[in-house]
Design a protein around this ligand. Sequence first.
Ligand SMILES: *Cc1c(COP(=O)(O)O)cnc(C)c1O
Length: 357
Amino acid sequence: MSGLRLLNPGPVTLTPRVRAALAGPDLCHREPEFFDMQDRIRQRLLAVYATDAATWAPVLISGSGTSAVEAMIASLPGRHDKLLVIENGVYGERMTRMAAVHDIEHVAWHLAWGEAIDARQLAEMIRLHAPTHVAVVHHETTTGRLNDIAAIAAVCESHDISLLVDAVSSFGAESIAFTQAVAAVAATANKCLHGAPGAAFVIVRHDALASATTRALYLDLAGYAVKQAERGTPFTPGIPAFYALDAALAEHAEAGGWCARRSHYRDLADRVGDGLAGRGMAEIVPREAASCVLRSYRLPPGVSYARLHDHLKQAGFVIYAGQGALAEAIFRVSTMGDLSAADMAELLAAFDEIIAP
Ligand SMILES: *Cc1c(COP(=O)(O)O)cnc(C)c1O
């Protein structure tokens, strides 16, 4: 099937320019042409949030978003450190599993999926467990809730704690303040940046890298950082994904950067949200707490997810199921990728065919 518009939270519908970039020339990753591209991508990644190269290192990893998050979690806490993981969805819970797999002393603060993270309660958890690091997901794609990382970073700062952020589904489209407590932000090419799957990255403080720990061979963040800083690479990178990310970052900057992308996503998400509300499908997360990237909706009465999905796919759209216990109750619509207001109007028309009385 071709020409499907992807409303799943990554990979996204590519622009023609990014798709064309994927078919770039054959390239050896030990030649200067590759390192020129790698340097350019690393500079462009820092430019997205105007982070300063004197303080921050952009580290590229060939893998999915999870590889970047796992490299961050596995590398930054020291041997005698303790990690507090905030969970309010699947991706927070995944970071707890990473900490367990890598034998990092940790404690999980478990909240219900979609529940807000209360800053005062976080301070209480910190007093109780005395962690050196806190890990949190910025946009919890499980539900569409945008966690307030600025407030969380402020609590961490006042307790002299390092914050590790999974920004896989927000980097490039939501506000991220790289304040003092933030030690690292992990993200991926194929969500809000509109690249292809296979390239991920961590924006990490030089001083956090200097005290990093090696717990894995492939996911050794400092190992990548050292090599990349001197125009090298430890392993064979996903070169087509790098081509696509390079083009996607150029497009992102030309279109006005993360603020412009947030406005565009918000416009599309609000069109879908208003349209579905008018058809009896309510948003799960209050709009003021939801991301611009993805929203969750209650399934219409009497319509199963499978039927809705298959009908919309026939009409040219791929929506996304809820995870775990939410699978029977909700569906998700992401507005990342090369999508327009006209696409959203077509989507709503396709809903009318299935929920018409
Ligand atoms: C998509 C996502 C991931 C995982 O990304 P993969 O590319 O599937 O490995 C991690 N965290 C968040 C918040 C995500 O949305």
